[in-house]
Ligand binder design. Structure first.
Ligand code: NAP
Length: 303
């Protein structure tokens, strides 16, 4: 079994920030990342315009800068799918598929993934017009009509991104006001080819071999209609990637790990950082702060 001071699980902004702080502190640390899933959600963010000092950088470039920084400081990375953390008095065991790691401390920075809409046709038409990533798949729908579902930051970012390349974008939201920040709401108004379909739910995504239409229902009038589209981009929120740890550390009812700003969880020397942590503001800037705080807490705890 490999022995470390610190095991960092996840290589998004929170995990990479933790790796940078751990390397600079001279800790013997390893970052565990799922094979082929390195970098986290930031890599599929089209444009990041709220990270101080780097205006208008795209998410992929920012994610790469974080990784290069960690590499430059000598951070160690391994591919490993974590199954559980077995907490001990002196050291913890991080159990992975086919391998175990022993460490004095563990930082869980596994992030979150997109939520499913749950509409009929969604599962059947995934990859055939149903997508959860506008920046990854948007180019397939150049000059076509598409729909974006949701009213948060991601939905509005997706609608703006798609409006630049598609013929028409229907933005379908279940309420008549958006949750997204005001800057995005203002930016959206610049695009004449975005049609708002408010107070409406998606009853079905229709199509045989590819998406052909969405059936929407107006919650106020009860009216139902089909909107012909070739693509449906679902942006209805995120789900924390905390399943593997749900029996190890305390989580809230939505699965986010309960930990304060200092990252300390219900288990000694196990910390949560980034989108997986229960907190008010999930941004890249708060994720990197979490990574730094968790390493600092660990250093205090092993004094
Ligand atoms: P979000 O803020 O949770 O918004 C999810 C949206 O989907 C909400 O408008 C919600 O409607 C809607 N929704 C949820 N379940 C639904 C359902 N079953 N059917 C229809 N609509 C549904 O999620 P997000 O936009 O993915 O953002 C995730 C986090 O990342 C947020 O904390 C966000 O602030 C952050 N983020 C920030 C930025 C930025 O600052 N530039 C960029 C991207 C993401 P209701 O409004 O009615 O609840």
């Amino acid at each position: 079994m490999e022995k470390y001071d610190l095991v960092i699980i996840g290589s998004g902004p929170a995990g990479l920030s933790a790796a940078i702080y751990a390397s600079r502190a001279g800790l013997n640390a390893v970052v565990l990342e799922k094979a082929g899933v390195s970098g986290g959600q930031v890599l599929t963010t089209y444009e990041v315009d709220n990270y101080p000092g780097l205006p208008e950088i795209n998410g992929f470039d920012l994610g790469m800068k974080f990784k290069e920084h960690a590499d430059k400081l000598g951070a160690k990375f391994e591919d490993a799918s974590v199954l559980a953390i077995k907490a001990g008095a002196e050291t913890h065991t991080v159990v992975c598929e086919g391998k175990e790691y022993e460490a004095k401390g563990v930082i869980i920075a596994t992030g979150a993934h997109h939520a499913l809409l749950g509409a009929p046709g969604e599962a059947e038409l995934q990859g055939m017009g149903v997508s959860y990533c506008a920046t990854c798949d948007g180019a397939f729908f150049r000059k076509k009509d598409v729909a974006v579902i949701g009213g948060g930051d991601v939905a509005l970012e997706d609608a703006i991104f798609l409006a630049r390349i598609c013929n028409k974008v229907y933005l379908v939201h279940r309420r008549d006001e958006f949750r997204a920040n005001m800057a995005l709401q203002k930016a959206l108004k610049e695009y004449a080819n975005v049609e708002l379909v408010l107070s409406s739910t998606v009853e079905e995504i229709k199509g045989t071999e590819a998406v052909e239409a969405i059936r929407v229902k107006n919650k106020v009038s009860g009216e139902e209609k089909d909107i012909p589209v070739s693509g449906v981009f679902i942006a209805v929120g995120i789900v924390p990637d905390s399943d593997a740890f749900a029996s190890d550390v305390k989580c809230n009812e939505r699965g986010y790990i309960l930990a304060g700003e200092d990252g300390r969880t219900s288990v000694e020397r196990v910390y949560a950082a980034g989108d997986v942590r229960a907190k008010a503001l999930r941004q890249i800037v708060t994720a990197v702060a979490d990574g730094a705080n968790a390493v600092t807490s660990f250093q205090e705890d092993i004094l």
